[in-house]
Design a protein around this ligand. Structure first.
Ligand code: MG
Ligand code: MG
Length: 266
């Protein structure tokens, strides 16, 4: 069942989305060679609690940490570890919070020091595909239009679009209906309406789209061990149009990246 949110509820969700956005922004300046994902996890947990929120992933389905930290060939659901990051790694950080009854859910793939141009391109195209998916999230369109837009853009560049993991509705539950695949056919799937809030989150591989799960019961890795990227925004439909509730602005500010497209999906 898809839960439609009132404008008041969307405003409350905007605050949850802002909290996850600020958490990733805080982490952005801490990510460097020698730092472990477990250290980042502790920083995130403290930051969220200090700001009156609760870590959204901790304990959910028995997940042991605040962040999902997925390094290099890890796609999503990586468990924070003591292993230090090294120059040239990428790390996808997915963060959830529960604040004022609503979840925020947000992800970004960070470079650790200098990375290769091949991997830079993957991050760039994956992020672009996120915004292309969001642009398709208008009232009257269907869920398949979102996935179609993401898939088209990524496959045009030869990348693998992960099938097994998908975006989702968001609200008082972390995972609500509908599921939002990052692939799909135009004009297929559930109808998009005002008041829907979705977490749009392309998970895109440099090589094959195929993935497997590690023995830890969580980490999803690419079958060919090539790297994978993951970006996620929380998006509401208001007056027929997508409005992004989360923002990468805090990350851009921390990294000194000039930003042209954080506020709007265009
Ligand atoms: Mg997430
Ligand atoms: Mg999500």
């Amino acid at each position: 069942m898809i839960v439609i949110k009132s404008l008041d509820e969307i405003e409350r969700m905007r605050r949850s989305a802002l909290m996850v956005s600020k958490t990733l922004g805080m982490l952005a300046s801490e990510i460097k060679p020698g730092v472990s994902s477990l250290q980042l996890d502790k920083l995130a947990e403290n930051f969220i609690r200090d700001n009156g929120g609760q870590p959204g992933f901790l304990g959910m389905y028995d997940f042991p940490n605040t962040l999902c930290t997925s390094v290099n060939n890890e796609v999503v659901h990586g468990i924070p570890s003591k292993k230090p990051l090294v120059e040239g790694d990428i790390i996808s950080i997915d963060c959830g919070v529960l604040f004022d009854e609503y979840y925020g859910d947000h992800a970004y793939t960070f470079a650790v020091g200098e990375i290769s141009n091949e991997i830079k391109n993957l991050l760039q195209i994956t992020k672009e595909s996120l915004y292309k998916g969001i642009l398709a999230m208008t009232a009257g369109n269907r869920v398949g239009d979102i996935g179609h837009a993401i898939q088209q853009h990524c496959e045009l560049h030869g990348y693998g679009v992960v099938r097994e993991l998908v975006g989702h509705g968001l609200g008082k539950k972390l995972h609500e209906d509908p599921q939002v695949p990052n692939y799909g056919k135009r004009n297929s799937g559930k109808l998009l309406k005002d008041g829907m809030v979705l977490a749009i989150e392309p998970m895109i591989n440099l090589g094959t789209h195929k993935v497997r799960q590690l023995n830890d019961g969580w980490s999803i890795v690419t079958q060919d061990d090539k790297v994978s990227a993951h970006f996620e925004h929380d998006v509401a439909i208001i007056n027929g149009q997508p409005e992004i509730l989360s923002t990468f602005d805090y990350i851009y500010e921390a990294l000194g990246i000039e930003n042209k497209k954080s506020k709007k999906a265009s």
